[in-house]
Design a binder for this molecule. Structure first.
Ligand code: ADP
Ligand code: ADP
Length: 229
């Protein structure tokens, strides 16, 4: 079965109107799917449904062939690394920020995930290494760096699936390239469902799902979607 499968999924927030209508698409294991569409289209809501932050109100959502309603939340979430759009940095050390998701990780593992997302330099900046202070009162991180730190944190727990809400804030060229390289690196051997705000993310995706008004209005590769019409 596909790693993630939306099968005519409908959803509305409690006491609100429906915001997703008959959404169907599948994410095969080991592939990268980008969700695009205007603000309010329902992209972030789709990611929240996969995590069972909310329950679908129509249709079915399956992870690895099993309806998410039949999987305990902690079991489900152990398989999903979710990285929010405005990933917070906790005031404290770099090590402290990484260990939240995997308290027993070794320094070698921390350095490996930092390298994977192009943040190895943070631990090299001062003699403090992984004990360098970040956030409030320490090294301030750009939006792209904060998100890469959150990706590194998610990777430590070893999930086969990453749900990634790309930052919308303007990234400078260097941060955009670094985020793109980080996404390319983590895409190897993993399944990615990414809310994409940047063309560069969409170009390399195996599949693009275009949402508008809570409906899938197009599905295809970047080439397929740009050569039709
Ligand atoms: P996108 O990520 O594409 O910008 P969202 O998934 O955030 O879209 O939002 C889809 C729709 O759901 C919008 O109409 C939005 O106002 C509404 N919405 C999002 N979050 C909530 C919430 N927590 N409670 C009620 N409505 C919400
Ligand atoms: P919001 O933008 O949602 O108001 P905050 O500004 O309160 O979020 O930041 C949330 C967390 O991220 C705080 O712990 C803060 O120390 C940290 N933080 C905020 N900005 C930066 C930054 N530029 N670099 C590193 N950490 C930051």
């Amino acid at each position: 079965p596909p790693m993630i499968e939306f099968d005519r999924v409908g959803f509305g927030y409690p006491d609100g109107p429906p915001v997703l209508h008959e959404v169907s698409f599948a994410v095969p294991a080991g592939t990268r799917t980008a969700l695009v569409g205007p603000s309010g289209a329902g992209k972030s809501t789709l990611l929240a449904l996969v995590e069972r932050f909310y329950e679908v109100t129509a249709g079915a959502l399956r992870v690895d062939g099993v309806d998410v309603r039949d999987v305990p939340r902690d079991v489900l979430r152990a398989r999903l690394g979710y990285v929010e759009q405005e990933a917070p940095v906790l005031a404290g050390t770099l090590r402290g920020n990484l260990l939240i998701g995997a308290p027993t990780a070794t320094d070698a593992q921390l350095r490996a995930v930092l390298d994977e997302v192009n943040l190895g330099h943070l631990a090299e900046r001062t003699a403090d290494g992984l004990d360098v202070q970040v956030g409030e009162g320490g090294v301030l991180l750009s939006g792209g760096e904060r998100q890469r730190l959150a990706i590194a944190r998610a990777l430590l727990a070893g999930p086969p699936v990453l749900l990634l809400d790309e930052p919308t804030s303007n990234l400078d060229a260097r941060n955009e390239a670094a985020l793109r390289r980080a996404i390319d690196a983590v895409a190897v051997r993993r399944t990615l469902l990414i809310v994409a705000h940047r063309l560069s993310t969409v170009v390399d995706a195996d599949q693009i799902v275009v949402l508008d008004g809570g409906r899938v209005v197009a599905t295809g590769t970047h080439d397929q979607l740009t050569t039709t019409s």
